[in-house]
Design a protein around this ligand. Structure first.
Ligand code: GAL
Length: 700
């Protein structure tokens, strides 16, 4: 069994490796970006608009306001099932026809959504089995969205039917540019009903073939878990066997992908190929399923970028943008973002004046080709009455409207320069959902945070290079010089071979704490960390320690501290170099290697055995950048200036934003055209949240 799965995995990796140079860079030059629509601006701005919630006499006023504000997109209908089909089988689309025609009249491209996040009351009343069951066994009640069960065959049937009716009606509509499925699927939990459990068991059977194999890989002899019938396998609730937990998450991924495919199939069969199909995801913070898998059949990824409490953190938000771009390694849309404030945090503070514009341009810099605000106007009696909006309950613009309108105007002004451009980087951070789950389920130190550990490297490298990719460990890596993988906990042999291929060809692979520990079943490897990567590293992890307090560490990268997690390393190959050693601590770690590095093939492999403090992560980043001979995409800028480069179509465009409270002057590496004021310049002055969009005619 193990061999067979390994063979399948190897074939998959081989297919990935043999795929034509699939980097977004290559694609940008060869084909139009799917996020940039023919005949429309390369940068779009829109609103999430709900005509079904308002009297029709109002619609034209809304759309006129949008058009006057240079909006180019409306997304509609994702919660409108009860208006589309008030009674089973009796459809009313006349209102939607009119809303689309009016949108078209005002020059707006329409994104139509399937309404399956909100099955109507007649449906859930008549077919209670379409409602999902919570882990505590209770069926959810109607009316709070995401109440449909994605694994209910009857619910799937209804979803398919409504999607098909919509697709047949609007699949050729010239104003409809594309489709969004459902809304933020995965937001509601997977149903815990008996039918779902049976599906899970069948899925396991198809995957493992024999119970003997399952029992072996999950070591079910432990605590007498041994299964003698597939029907005995439970849905894990809270902590459980690591193999079961991993396979349940894979099943959840499969179930959401199937839920999506159910509608993708009828859409693709009935709509014109020019209409895209997308889904609205929720950034790097949301890990209910493996997004690399689920987003495969979509035309491109869209996501809902909200700050929530506080203010825009350009690094954290930037990493989320880059991770969403990394899902399909192409540009994306921000199909929802916050106009001012949200309503779902403990403190729903408003973004500062200027920050909303900065946030839109920040998204564009990271690869967004569209930004839509959620929502146009708050429903008078919806659950989200307090949420930020573009117009107030009286129907007139709120104070932030002008700032958004100005940004939309700037999008229109600068858009041509962005055509066919994408962010590009020579450095990738590997982000793997399965490794992240494995660590989160057994943190071993309550404050160990896999995403935060990765973010420290992302931040330090981005600061030095001004661009980063965040991709799957299984992505083609040929275009990178440096690949950083903190916390790559699951490293089955085919993945290790893939990474070693990168190193042999000249890349530098940097592994972080907790790497190379487990196989594809979430079982411990019968080797020490980093498992199959150990021979190339010429060293290994002797023992890991959750730390009660920080441990001193010093060496070639300077001196500082390791906190939360330390790994006592051992360098065995003569050419494995110890870069850092732990200082006095628990006795075990004292004087032991903390960071080792070794040349391998034409490249290098490095292991960092602990959570380094910020200064040391910076020093490590500096060392990696120097070792790989990398230079920043733009050049030196004052602290607090966020730079994002986009390249393609023979152009290079930079978006610069000042996130410091004071004004700052940036000297450009060479004269460029400032697109927002039309001037050729070698210097820009940026006030707080100030934005410069620079066209560099000397494209690399
Ligand atoms: C999103 C959701 C929207 C709206 C918004 C409020 O997650 O897709 O429908 O609820 O949050 O911030």
């Amino acid at each position: 069994m193990r061999k067979r799965l390994r063979r399948i995995a190897l074939t998959l990796v081989a297919a990935l490796l043999l795929a034509p140079a699939a980097s977004s860079l290559a694609r940008a030059a060869e084909a139009p970006l799917p996020t940039q629509l023919p005949g429309r601006n390369a940068l779009l701005m829109g609103a999430d608009w709900y005509p079904e919630q308002w009297p029709e006499v109002r619609w034209e006023t809304d759309l006129k306001l949008m058009a006057a504000a240079h909006f180019t997109v409306v997304r509609i209908a994702e919660f409108a099932w009860s208006t589309m089909e008030p009674v089973e089988g009796r459809y009313d689309f006349a209102w939607l026809d009119r809303a689309i025609r009016l949108s078209e009249k005002h020059g707006l491209a329409v994104v139509l959504s399937t309404p399956t996040a909100t099955p109507p009351a007649w449906l859930t009343e008549k077919y209670p089995d379409t409602l999902r069951v919570e882990p505590n066994g209770q069926r959810v009640t109607h009316g709070n969205r995401a109440h449909g069960s994605p694994t209910s065959p009857r619910y799937l049937e209804h979803c398919r039917r409504i999607a098909e009716v919509l697709a047949k009606r609007y699949g050729r509509d010239p104003a409809v540019v594309g489709w969004q499925f459902d809304n933020e699927y995965g937001y509601g939990q997977m149903s815990h009903d008996d039918g779902t459990r049976k599906q899970f068991q069948d899925w396991l059977q198809a995957r493992y073939k024999t119970l003997a194999s399952l029992n072996e890989h999950w070591t079910t002899a432990y605590w007498s878990q041994t299964y003698s019938s597939w029907t005995q396998v439970p849905i894990p609730v809270a902590g459980h066997n690591p193999g079961l937990m991993m396979e349940w998450k894979r099943f959840v991924t499969h179930a959401w992908a199937a839920y999506q495919q159910n509608q993708v199939d009828v859409l693709r069969a009935n709509v014109e190929p020019r209409q895209f199909v997308t889904g609205n995801f929720m950034g790097i913070g949301f890990d209910a399923f493996d997004h690399y898998e689920v987003t495969k059949p979509l035309s491109f990824v869209s996501w809902d970028a909200y700050v929530g409490t506080g203010h825009l953190d350009p690094v954290a938000m930037g990493m989320s943008h880059d991770a969403m771009r990394g899902l399909k390694r192409q540009n994306f849309w921000v199909i929802e973002t916050q106009p001012g404030a949200v309503n779902w945090q403990s403190v729903n503070n408003f973004l500062d004046k200027g920050e909303i514009r900065a946030m839109a341009w920040h998204a564009v810099g990271h690869g967004a080709d569209e930004v839509s605000y959620w929502q146009w106007r708050s429903a008078l009696s919806g659950q989200e009455q307090y949420h930020g909006s573009l117009i107030g309950p009286d129907g007139t613009p709120v104070p932030l409207f002008d700032e958004i309108a100005q940004t939309a105007k700037e999008f229109a002004l600068a858009q041509a320069a962005f055509r066919d451009t994408s962010p590009r980087s020579q450095v990738a951070l590997l982000h793997d959902y399965e490794s992240r789950w494995a660590i989160d389920w057994q943190k071993h130190h309550s404050r160990f945070n896999a995403v935060a550990t990765s973010r420290a490297y992302y931040s330090a490298l981005r600061r030095r290079l001004q661009s980063m990719d965040v991709v799957s460990p299984y992505a083609p890596l040929d275009s990178y010089e440096l690949v950083v993988a903190p916390g790559l906990n699951l490293t089955p042999e085919p993945l290790a071979q893939h990474l070693l291929g990168f190193v042999k060809n000249g890349g530098h692979l940097v592994l972080g704490p907790r790497a190379g520990m487990k196989d594809e079943y979430n079982a411990l490897l019968p080797q020490r960390q980093p498992g199959f990567l150990g021979p190339a590293l010429g060293g290994r992890v002797e023992q890991y320690y959750a730390l009660e307090k920080s441990v001193p560490v010093s060496g070639a990268l300077g001196s500082g501290e390791v906190s939360l997690w330390a790994e006592q390393l051992k360098a065995s190959a003569p050419d494995a170099e110890v870069l850092m050693r732990f200082g006095p601590s628990n006795g075990w770690l004292d004087g032991q290697p903390a960071v080792i590095t070794r040349p391998h093939g034409k490249g290098r492999i490095t292991y960092i055995g602990g959570v380094l403090d910020e200064k040391l992560v910076g020093a490590a980043a500096e060392w990696m950048v120097d070792k790989s001979g990398l230079t920043p995409a733009f050049g030196p800028v004052p602290d607090g200036i966020h730079v994002t480069p986009r390249q393609g179509g023979g152009k290079q465009v930079f978006v610069l934003i000042n996130f410091k409270p004071e004004s700052q002057r940036v000297s450009l590496p060479r004269p460029m055209k400032s697109l927002l004021d039309g001037k050729d310049t070698s210097v820009v002055d940026l006030a707080r949240y100030g934005v410069a969009v620079l066209l560099d005619s000397k494209a690399n």
